[in-house]
Write a protein that binds this ligand. Structure first.
Ligand SMILES: [Zn+2]
Ligand SMILES: [Zn+2]
Length: 344
């Protein structure tokens, strides 16, 4: 279907609206940008809002995204590539030029448009929730008999923080709102119910702890769903891995604790034995791992070592497991005035 350009009369194979390509492109603006493009930055954490969400990005990338989102082309043209050039005007304004490759019915050409990008301060959802003390769950960490051992408390809080940090890498709405010391333990306020649910399961399993939960209806969301706040309780047992415990009339080192229960090592014959989770509350702590005594080793032979009693400096023979390789110092515990080796 050969024809002639209605403007210049040149013979053409494919015209655009009856025009040859040169006549069509002449004085025609193929792409355009609004006079201003606004880009919001969180004044608290520095994240940018582009493509409908908040994200950590380099300012150049955020500016480039914001401008690309606003470009429009005439209906005959398709943008096939774009490059962005920035010229800062001041701290908050940039002159941004977008240079595009454009395809018109198989014909390749270029086009450019310029706008002023303005950076506006805002607050992202997470920061507004954080500063607004938003929370959906409280993890109540408690010890036995209304007290929580400070060393255990630090250990548990470190695990909680570690877990929330790990989750926050994938989900930016996950955070700890605050931690509050309360009689008998500590309350950790969490931004998401799912954090509380995961943490109470994790701590319950890892420490063989009792757990409980209670939900309270606190209102409705904007779209009419019931909104709950959930209290997750974890009551940590007195025992901890490494402690010397008393169980069914014998003394053991508590060797391992997990969701299934515990594993004990006898201080008498070093045999291992499992304890079911349901029986774990029967363990009585005889000596906390931090309170075990340390003794210098004087000599070693298979199955036995000689140590110096740390209290009266006398020499004492101790049984050790046949495969043990004790170093220069070992942990011991005194039960009824007799010292026992505590396996590592
Ligand atoms: Zn023409
Ligand atoms: Zn923010």
């Amino acid at each position: 279907m050969n024809g002639f350009c209605v403007e210049c009369g040149k013979e053409i194979e494919h015209g655009v609206h009856g025009l040859c390509m040169e006549c069509f492109l002449k004085d025609r603006q193929l792409i355009s940008l609004p006079a201003h493009v606004d880009l919001t930055v969180c004044s608290n954490c520095g994240e940018f809002f582009t493509h409908g969400e908040w994200a950590v990005m380099r300012p150049e990338d955020a500016i480039s995204n914001a401008v690309r989102d606003e470009v429009t082309a005439i209906k005959e043209a398709r943008i096939t590539g774009a490059e962005v050039t920035l010229v800062p005007l001041d701290d908050f304004n940039y002159s941004v030029t977008l240079t595009c490759q454009v395809d018109i019915d198989g014909y390749q050409t270029g086009a450019a448009a310029t706008t002023v990008l303005r950076i506006k301060n805002g607050v992202c959802k997470r920061c507004s929730r954080k500063t607004g003390q938003y929370y959906e769950a409280i993890l109540q960490i408690r010890g036995r008999e209304k007290k929580l051992d400070p060393v255990l408390q630090d250990e548990v809080l470190a695990r909680v923080e570690n877990y929330v940090d790990g989750t926050a890498e994938r989900d930016r709405d996950a955070f700890i709102t605050k931690m509050e010391l309360v009689p008998g333990g500590v309350d950790v306020y969490l931004s998401q119910i799912s954090l509380g649910r995961a943490l109470v399961k994790m701590l319950g399993d890892d420490y063989c702890a009792q757990t409980d939960e209670a939900a309270k209806l606190v209102g409705q969301t904007a779209d009419g769903l019931d909104m709950y706040r959930v209290n997750y309780l974890v009551r940590l047992p007195e025992f901890h891995v490494g402690d010397v415990v008393f169980y069914q009339k014998h003394y053991y080192k508590l060797f391992r604790v997990n969701s299934a229960g515990g594993r004990l090592v006898s201080l008498k014959n070093f045999r291992e034995m499992p304890v079911r989770r349901a029986d774990m509350p029967e363990l009585r702590v005889y000596a906390k791992r931090a309170d075990l005594e340390e003794a210098n080793v004087i000599s070693r032979s298979p199955g036995e070592i000689q140590i110096m009693d740390p209290q009266d400096y006398s020499t004492v023979d101790l049984l050790v497991p046949p495969a043990a390789k004790p170093g220069d110092k070992v942990q011991v515990v005194r039960i009824d005035d007799v010292l026992y080796y505590v396996p590592e």
